[in-house]
Design a protein around this ligand. Structure first.
Ligand code: CA
Length: 621
C-alpha cells in the first residue's frame, strides 16, 4: 500500500485509492468535468482491496478532470470529498483534480535547490502574502499573490534587509477565503485547513485551474531560492476547519480526532477540535505530508502551529523522516487542554526530548514586551524591573547556563533546550499586537522617539540572541495594525504593510538592516552550540533595567576578541561597569557601524536611555 492515497495519473489510466475505517461498506468514486457543479461524467464503485483499503482504475486519459470519494458507513454515504491526499484540487478544494504534476513545474525547476544555511545562521521573516504586497504603496504587480514574491522589488527588499528565510503564513488550501469571489477583498490568516497537500487557491491568479496555483507556488519558491532565501511553511495539522464535513471525518469518521472521556470532541486547539497525532494513520499522514512538501515544492522548513497539541513521538518521527537541513520549529504549547497525557505532548518544556526541533520562546518575548494575557502590561521595554533574567534566558537560547537565575525567569523555571538552535527568539509575530501597537498600549505616555528607541533595542535583544532570531514582516518599517490585537480576519487596511514607511522612517530600516548584518558578520552571536555559549558568553553585573553580557575570547572564531552587549531599558542614561580596555563602539543610541562609531575606554560605560550599546575590542588588553 502506497503511503499516499488519492490518484496516480498516467495518460492511459488513473489509479485511485482511499483509506477508510475497517467498517466502511462501500466507496463511490465520481469523475467530473469541472471542479464545482455539474453531474458526474462517471461513477465507479471502488473495490475493497483489504479492510480499510479501496481501489479503482479508470482507463483513458483523465487529465483535466476532477474526482470525489463518497464512503458509506452504517448504510449511509457520508458525502463527497477529495479524500485526505488530494495533491491538486478545483476551486475551493471541493474536488480532487487530475493533473500531470510534471506540467506544473516552472522552467528550470529540476535545477532548483534548497539554499544551504545552517540552523544557527537563519534569520526568519514571518509574512502573510496579502500583508506584504496588497497595498498600492508596494507597487507590486501580483498584489496578494504567490507571484508577488517573484517580483524583483520583493526579492531586493528581503536581500537588502538581510533575512535568509521567509516563513509564510498558512499557504495550503484553507476554507475562510471564498476562491470564487477573489474580485472582492477577503482577508484571513488561513488557520483553517481543508486540503493539507495543495497550495491555497486564493493566492493564485486562477483558482479554477488546478495546475496554476501549483505552478505559481513553485515559481515563488524558485525565485526565493535563487536569491538564497529559504521558504518555511506554516503547517496546521493540529486541527481542521470543522469536524462534520472535514475530509478526515468524511473518509474515516472519528479516527483523526481526540475525544474526551464523555465522548465529546477535545478542543486543545481552541478551534473546536484537535487531531490525534498519536494514532498510526494520523502520524503517518503528518510525516508523509511534510515529506511531500519537501519533495514536490522544495520547502526548507516547517513551523508547526500549536505543536504542543501533537505528541513527542510524532514530532520525532517527522524529524527523522526529513533531511537534516530542513528546519523544524513550533509553538510549544496548546490553546486548551488536550485529551492526551501532558508528559507525552510536544510542549516547549519537552524540547530536550526532541533534538533538532525548536520552540518559540515566550519567555524572551514576554520578558521584553509584557505578558500575553494583557496588552496594557509592560515588561523590560516599559522599564518594569525584574524581567532581566527572562531576557538572559532567551539570550543564551534556553539552554543551561550558569549566568541565568532560572527561578526569576517569567515562565520557564529551568532550561529546556539542549542546543540554542532549539529556541526561537522573537518579540512579535502575527499573533497578538505587533511591536509598535504593543509599545503604544503598554508604555504609558510613550513618545514617538521612545517608540523607535524601544523598537530598535528590543530587536537588538532578538538579533544578538543565541537562539534563532525571528521577526514579523513590516517591523523593519515600523508597521502597526491600528491597535488590533487579533487581526486574523481584519481587512487589508489593518494588516497591509504601508511601504511608504520605509522612506518615512529611514533610520528604522537602516538599523534593522545593519543589525541583521552585524549578526551575519559575527559568528559570536550565533554560536549554535550549548558548550560554546557556556564557554564564551558571560553575564556581567548590571543595574536594574539593564542586561550586560560579554562574548569573550574570539567566540565562534569571531574577528572581534571580546564583545560587550549592554541593553538599557531605563529612561535615563545608565552607567555600567565593564572590563578595562579600549573598545570600539559598534552600536550606540540607535546607530550601528561595525567599523566604529568612536572608541571607549573601559572600566565604565554610559548607555543612552532605552537603547543598546555594543562594544568590541580586537586586540588583547
Ligand atoms: Ca481555499
Amino acid at each position: 500500500m502506497n503511503a499516499r492515497t488519492g490518484v496516480t495519473y498516467t495518460p492511459g489510466a488513473s489509479d485511485f485509492s482511499i483509506e477508510t475505517n475497517d467498517d466502511a461498506q462501500q466507496v463511490k468514486l465520481r469523475i467530473y468535468k469541472d471542479g464545482l457543479g455539474g453531474k458526474p461524467v462517471k461513477t465507479v464503485n471502488m473495490k475493497r482491496a483489504q479492510a480499510g483499503i479501496w481501489q479503482a482504475t479508470v482507463k483513458g486519459d483523465l487529465k483535466g478532470k476532477f474526482y470525489t470519494f463518497d464512503v458509506k458507513y452504517g448504510g449511509k454515504f457520508r458525502g463527497e470529498s477529495p479524500g485526505i491526499w488530494a495533491t491538486a484540487v478545483g476551486v475551493n478544494g471541493k474536488r480532487g483534480a487530475i493533473v500531470d504534476m510534471a506540467d506544473t513545474d516552472p522552467r528550470g525547476w529540476s535545477a532548483d535547490k534548497r539554499p544551504s544555511i545552517a540552523a544557527k545562521d537563519l534569520i526568519l521573516y514571518e509574512m502573510h502574502h496579502r500583508d506584504f504586497s496588497i497595498d498600492e504603496s508596494g507597487g507590486f504587480i501580483h498584489k496578494g499573490k504567490y507571484l508577488a514574491l517573484t517580483e524583483p522589488r520583493a526579492i531586493s527588499h528581503l536581500k537588502e534587509l538581510g533575512v535568509n528565510a521567509v516563513h509564510i503564513l498558512p499557504s495550503f488550501d484553507y476554507a475562510s477565503v471564498d476562491e470564487t469571489r477573489l474580485n472582492e477583498p477577503q482577508y484571513n490568516w488561513g488557520y483553517d485547513p481543508v486540503n493539507y497537500n495543495v497550495p491555497e487557491g486564493g493566492y493564485s491568479t486562477d483558482p479554477y485551474k488546478p495546475e496554476v496555483r501549483i505552478n505559481e507556488f513553485k515559481q515563488m519558491v524558485q525565485a526565493l531560492h535563487k536569491a538564497g532565501i529559504k521558504v518555511v511553511l506554516d503547517v496546521v495539522y493540529n486541527h481542521t476547519w470543522n469536524i462534520d464535513g472535514s475530509n478526515f471525518q468524511l473518509t474515516r469518521p472519528d479516527y483523526f480526532y481526540r475525544k474526551n472521556a464523555d465522548g465529546t470532541y477535545s478542543n486543545g486547539s481552541g478551534c473546536g477540535n484537535e487531531t490525534a497525532s498519536e494514532r498510526e494513520a494520523m502520524r503517518r499522514y503528518m510525516v508523509e505530508s511534510v515529506k511531500y512538501w519537501v519533495e514536490e515544492y522544495h520547502i526548507d522548513g516547517f513551523r508547526f502551529d500549536l505543536m504542543g497539541v501533537h505528541d513527542i513521538e510524532t514530532m520525532n518521527a517527522i524529524r527523522a523522516a526529513l533531511p537534516s537541513d530542513i528546519f523544524i520549529y513550533g509553538e510549544g504549547w496548546s490553546a486548551g487542554s488536550c485529551a492526551y497525557p501532558g508528559e507525552k505532548l510536544a510542549m516547549k518544556a519537552h524540547i530536550s526530548q526532541m533534538p533538532g526541533i525548536a520552540a518559540f520562546s515566550d519567555c524572551i518575548r514576554d520578558g521584553l514586551r509584557g505578558p500575553w494575557d494583557s496588552d496594557s502590561k509592560a515588561a523590560f521595554l516599559g522599564g518594569v524591573k525584574g524581567n532581566e533574567e527572562s531576557l538572559k534566558f532567551g539570550i543564551v537560547g534556553a539552554i543551561q547556563h550558569p549566568g541565568v537565575d532560572y527561578s526569576k525567569v517569567n515562565y520557564s523555571k529551568e532550561p529546556y533546550a539542549l542546543e540554542p538552535t532549539q529556541m526561537i527568539a522573537y518579540v512579535s509575530c502575527h499573533d497578538d499586537m505587533c511591536l509598535v501597537d504593543r509599545l503604544k498600549a503598554s508604555v504609558k505616555g510613550i513618545t514617538q522617539d521612545e517608540l523607535i528607541r524601544l523598537d530598535l533595542m528590543s530587536q537588538t535583544v532578538v538579533m544578538t540572541s543565541q537562539g534563532v532570531p525571528f521577526m514579523l514582516s513590516g517591523e523593519e518599517m515600523l508597521r502597526d495594525k491600528k491597535g488590533v490585537h487579533n487581526s486574523f480576519e481584519s481587512p487589508d487596511s489593518i494588516n497591509q504593510l504601508d511601504w511608504a514607511n520605509k522612506e518615512r522612517y529611514p533610520q528604522v530600516f537602516k538599523y534593522y538592516k545593519d543589525l541583521i548584518a552585524l549578526r551575519h558578520n559575527h559568528p559570536a552571536f550565533r554560536l549554535g552550540d550549548a558548550h560554546l555559549v557556556r564557554k564564551h558568553l558571560e553575564f556581567l553585573n548590571a543595574p536594574a533595567g539593564t542586561v550586560v553580557y560579554r562574548l569573550k575570547n574570539y567566540a565562534g572564531r569571531d574577528d572581534w576578541r571580546d564583545i560587550i552587549v549592554i541593553l538599557n531599558a531605563n529612561k535615563t542614561a545608565t552607567e555600567v561597569t565593564i572590563p578595562e580596555g579600549t573598545y570600539t563602539i559598534a552600536c550606540c543610541n540607535g546607530q550601528i557601524n561595525e567599523q566604529g562609531l568612536g572608541t571607549l575606554q573601559g572600566g565604565k560605560a554610559v548607555v543612552s536611555p532605552q537603547s543598546a550599546l555594543i562594544l568590541y575590542m580586537t586586540k588583547p588588553r
